[in-house]
Design a protein around this ligand. Structure first.
Ligand code: SF4
Length: 186
């Protein structure tokens, strides 16, 4: 087990476990640049085009939405650590495959241990189902608080859902209420 996020990042910097992803990626998007342990760990699905180009998770429109909700509860990107279920961009932004999720699982477990969060926010189906070991969909799981190995898990919809749904007021309210729960937990 690596002793720091920096060492873990180095370990995966040239990972070749998922051949299709390796062929397609420009970078391995390990996570937030600051490399600090944090009270809040956010786990998304997979890097997209902008993330792959910049090597930073959540930099596009979804990232702006996430930053906005964090700001509302007094947090910045420096106060949280952000990563994804897999570190390499799937071709055409397809969903991660089962084997790819499995390949990146040890890394995610080690990342959680090193960040040592009080709360893990899982964004969308993949990270939520992985952490809660369930096949239940995010719509049923979101907004509830679960306990696991010394930290709490709070599943939320992926911010991209807001984009697909024209920034629906109903969804914005759901996100606000979920982020308020994070504030209470830390
Ligand atoms: S997704 Fe994870 S396991 Fe697969 S190649 Fe990238 S770093 Fe390696």
């Amino acid at each position: 087990m690596p002793t720091s996020l920096k060492i873990l990042k180095k370990k995966y910097s040239n990972c070749k476990q998922c051949p299709e992803l390796v062929k397609n990626r420009s970078s391995v998007v390990f996570g937030s640049k600051h490399m600090n342990a944090c009270k809040v760990l956010i786990i998304g699905e997979a890097p997209g085009k902008k993330e792959d180009e910049s090597e930073i998770p959540f930099v596009g429109r979804s990232g702006e939405i996430l930053n906005g909700f964090l700001k509302e509860i007094g947090l910045t990107r420096e106060d949280v650590f952000i990563t994804n279920t897999i570190l390499c961009r799937p071709p055409g932004n397809r969903n991660p495959k089962v084997l790819e999720l499995k390949n990146c699982k040890t890394r995610l477990n080690e990342c959680i241990k090193l960040v040592n969060p009080e709360v893990v926010i899982t964004l969308g189906n993949f990270s939520t189902q992985y952490l809660l070991e369930t096949k239940e969909g995010i719509t049923k799981l979101r907004g509830k608080i679960y306990e696991k190995e010394g930290y709490k898990i709070l599943p939320m919809l992926h911010p991209a859902n807001l984009l697909y749904n024209g920034m629906s007021e109903k969804l914005i309210k759901q996100f606000r209420s979920d982020f308020k729960k994070v504030k209470k937990l830390i």
